[in-house]
Every structure is written in structure tokens, then in C-alpha cells.
Design a protein around this ligand. Structure first.
Ligand SMILES: [Fe+2]
Length: 300
């Protein structure tokens, strides 16, 4: 069993880096880290050096990163994955530097989503300086696609310390790795991909101010503002460049008493099961997983 201590980052490939950075800063409001590498822009939302890396190149999600406790835990995870027949690649020193982690390993989940486990992701002590006053306080969660969410649950709950918080029928599985209702979600989708990346904001006022800001700037709102009955979070999904869906949310439930929590199942077709305010619901668009160059050998 591999213990994930937190989510770490998303790496996403973008054909137009300048436009993607303009959106991530000027619209989403993330802080742009000082550039250290040509063709890579790192965006910060909290104590992490960055939680989103935009990498110039083919459009598509490159990898989703999760933290483990330390280098020993990473080595143990590597051994455990290899023993189970998973092809694992250890990142080079230069790749680890680019990710602002000490070490990392890369592998694919059973559906082709590229995952990276990292040790010692860099923390920045300097206060966050958001590019605009979006009220972002934290990288909240990430959401992956898989054709079968029950199979995905089996993967995450047997290999890792992920526990299911709630089900949306066959449509989604919401998973926690700490008291936050979900830091990871898997949505039913045709192929591997990133369904969305979530940022928490500091208040309900931030969320609604952001909604008006997005509307004024002609950003496509995919869903919301609404409220998820599972996590009780007030949400707003919107579409960024190159099919990358962002989410702002506020007020996510915490499950402090793990043993007392019983996962619930909601029928996604039932009114209110996705938005308890009964607003229009739709499946938000996903960014497809970039395929590695050689089958079985995870590429950077
Ligand atoms: Fe979400």
C-alpha cells in the first residue's frame, strides 16, 4: 500500500504557451513563478512552488503528480509498483529540478493516465501574490477520466491509501487521501485525460466575483455557480485554452472522523445530485492524456 500524502501538481502541454499563461494569470489569477526554463511556465496557488506547469508542445495533459512522505517512501512505492508488473520510470535529475521536487517516478494507471509520485516538493514561504484578486487559496483537487470508475476505485483503493467519500453512480468516484472530502476524483470518460483542476477560493464572495469577472471577459462557463451535495462545495467550472477545464470552489466538506463516514451513492440522473441548487448540469470537457512515445515506457 502506497501512502499518498497530498496532491502535488498537474503538467499540461500547450501549443500556445503565451495564450495559456495569459489565461492562467490574467483570468484564473494564479501567480506566475519566475521563469527558469524555456518553454515551461509554472503557476502557483499556495505554499507549493507551483501546482500547474504549462509545457510548450502538443496539447494535452502530460501528468498528474502526487506526493509521498520522503525518498524512502518513494523507493518503496517504486518497488511495490514494479512487483505488481507496472512499468515505472525514474525521473532524471533535470526533470526533478523542473518539477521542483527531489525525486520522482512516473507510471500509468490501468487506463493510461500518466501519474507521477514525488518526494520533497518545494515549499515557498513568500506570501502568494495572485496575478489578479481571484481569492485563490489552494490547489484543491484534480480529476481524472477513466472508462470504468469502479475499476478506477479498485486501483486507487488497493494500491494507494485513497478512500471513497461518495459515488455518483457509474459516473464518478470522489476519493480522499486526507480529511478533505476529495483531493482526487475519477469521472467516467472514453479515454484517459484530465477532467478538471480545482482551486479553492477564500469566500463565497470570491466565487461570485470571479463568476462576474469571467462573464465580463467572455470566458465559457461550463457549469455553475452551483453546489455539489456530496462535498457541499459551491462550484464554478470554466473552460481555459486547449480544452483545459478549471474549477473554483468554496466550502468543501472535511471528513475528520474517518471511521464514522459511510460513502453515499447519488444517481447522476436524479435532479440535484450534481447541483443541489438545481442549475443546468453538463459533463465538463476534458483534456486528453498525451500518449507516451513508446508503449510501456513512460516518457517525460
Ligand atoms: Fe471538482
Amino acid at each position: 500500500m502506497i501512502t499518498l500524502t497530498d496532491i502535488a501538481y498537474v503538467r499540461s502541454g500547450v501549443a500556445d504557451l503565451e495564450a495559456a499563461v495569459r489565461f492562467a494569470t490574467g483570468i484564473v489569477g494564479l501567480e506566475l513563478a519566475a521563469p527558469t526554463e524555456i518553454g515551461v511556465a509554472q503557476l502557483r496557488a499556495d505554499h507549493r512552488h507551483h501546482c500547474l506547469a504549462l509545457v510548450e508542445g502538443p496539447s494535452g495533459v502530460i501528468a498528474s503528480g502526487f506526493s509521498v512522505a520522503d525518498t524512502d517512501a518513494l523507493a518503496a512505492a517504486e518497488t511495490e509498483l514494479e512487483r505488481s508488473g507496472t512499468a515505472v520510470r525514474r525521473g532524471s535529475a533535470a526533470e526533478a529540478r523542473s518539477r521542483r521536487v527531489r525525486e520522482f517516478i512516473a507510471f500509468d494507471d490501468p487506463f493510461g493516465n500518466r501519474l507521477e509520485l514525488v518526494s520533497q516538493q518545494e515549499t515557498v514561504a513568500r506570501p502568494l501574490v495572485l496575478a489578479r484578486s481571484s481569492g485563490i487559496t489552494e490547489f484543491g483537487h484534480l480529476c481524472l477520466d477513466a472508462p470504468d470508475v469502479h475499476e478506477a476505485y479498485r486501483f486507487w483503493s488497493t494500491r494507494f491509501n485513497a478512500r471513497v467519500s461518495d459515488w455518483l453512480g457509474d459516473r464518478a468516484c470522489l476519493l480522499r487521501i486526507d480529511p478533505v472530502h476529495h483531493k482526487l476524483a475519477v469521472f467516467q470518460g472514453d479515454g484517459p485525460g484530465l477532467c478538471h483542476m480545482n482551486f479553492q477560493v477564500g469566500s463565497i464572495d470570491d466565487l461570485f466575483r470571479n463568476w462576474h469577472f469571467l462573464l465580463e471577459h467572455g470566458v465559457e462557463i461550463e457549469m455553475g455557480p452551483g453546489r455539489h451535495p456530496q462535498s457541499t462545495a459551491i462550484f464554478l467550472y470554466f473552460l481555459g485554452p486547449e480544452g483545459f477545464t478549471y474549477e473554483y470552489s468554496f466550502g468543501v466538506r472535511r471528513i475528520e472522523d474517518d471511521a464514522a463516514w459511510a460513502p453515499r451513492t447519488f444517481d447522476p440522473e436524479e435532479a440535484g445530485s450534481i447541483d443541489m441548487w438545481l442549475g443546468p448540469v453538463k459533463r465538463v470537457s476534458s483534456q486528453a492524456q498525451l500518449q507516451p512515445k513508446k508503449a510501456g515506457v513512460p516518457a517525460p
